[in-house]
Design a binder for this molecule. Sequence first.
Ligand SMILES: C[S@@+](CC[C@H](N)C(=O)[O-])C[C@H]1O[C@@H](n2cnc3c(N)ncnc32)[C@H](O)[C@@H]1O
Length: 229
Amino acid sequence: MAKLKEVFPCVWEYEGKILTKNRVPGKKVYGEQLIKIDGVEYRVWNPYRSKLAAAIKNGLKTWAFHPGVNVLYLGIAEGTTASHISDILGDDSAIIGVDVAPRVMPKIIAVAEERGNILPILADASKPDEYPEEVRQFIDEVGGVDIVYQDVAAPNQAEILWKNVNRFLKKGGYAYIAIKSRSVDVTRDPREIFDEFRRFFESKGLRVVEEVNIEPYEKDHEMMVLKKG
Ligand SMILES: C[S@@+](CC[C@H](N)C(=O)[O-])C[C@H]1O[C@@H](n2cnc3c(N)ncnc32)[C@H](O)[C@@H]1O
């Protein structure tokens, strides 16, 4: 019989699939498969739909998503990846999810209402000083977020991450950035672009702790993990 193996706290592997325990039993977020094992319902985390799941499949080692941490999520969209992070982190965490697109708001607001640990905000992540006052205040009160997770696929991705990390990430915290080289320049070798990101972040005093290529799940993408302080 196949065994359930915990690969990170609250993240399991079962028959080659990655699973998180469903925080809202019976409910799917993006058409994912639900599996019941020993009376507990899990959601299958699809690496073709989520770059964080793709990074796990490809051997990601640095894991900071521990129950209780606070996350600033840039480019939350309709909550596909954020819903799994919500399963993992539980009640004592907040996932502050920023997205600039009004069209994603009805879905992410509905997902957030069901889950209770996601706070969606309609804002441009390149202008962190314009996030709602109460959000900035909350982050300041808790001494900064533990993780900044970014998946915005924009040409100025590196600057966007840095502005948020500089303003909101606590010292010792981690940033995860899904880099899409084609958003920067379709004609250049992706490796050159990833190296440019690395040099940019190092010039800001961040430490690049891990880089995971996420092909074949996403073409010309990598997940870079950075540490502040
Ligand atoms: C690839 S999708 C994100 C998918 C999502 N992270 C997931 O895994 O479920 C990129 C998202 O980034 C958002 N985005 C792009 N530029 C942005 C910006 N400057 N500020 C906030 N969100 C942005 C887009 O609206 C889009 O929803």
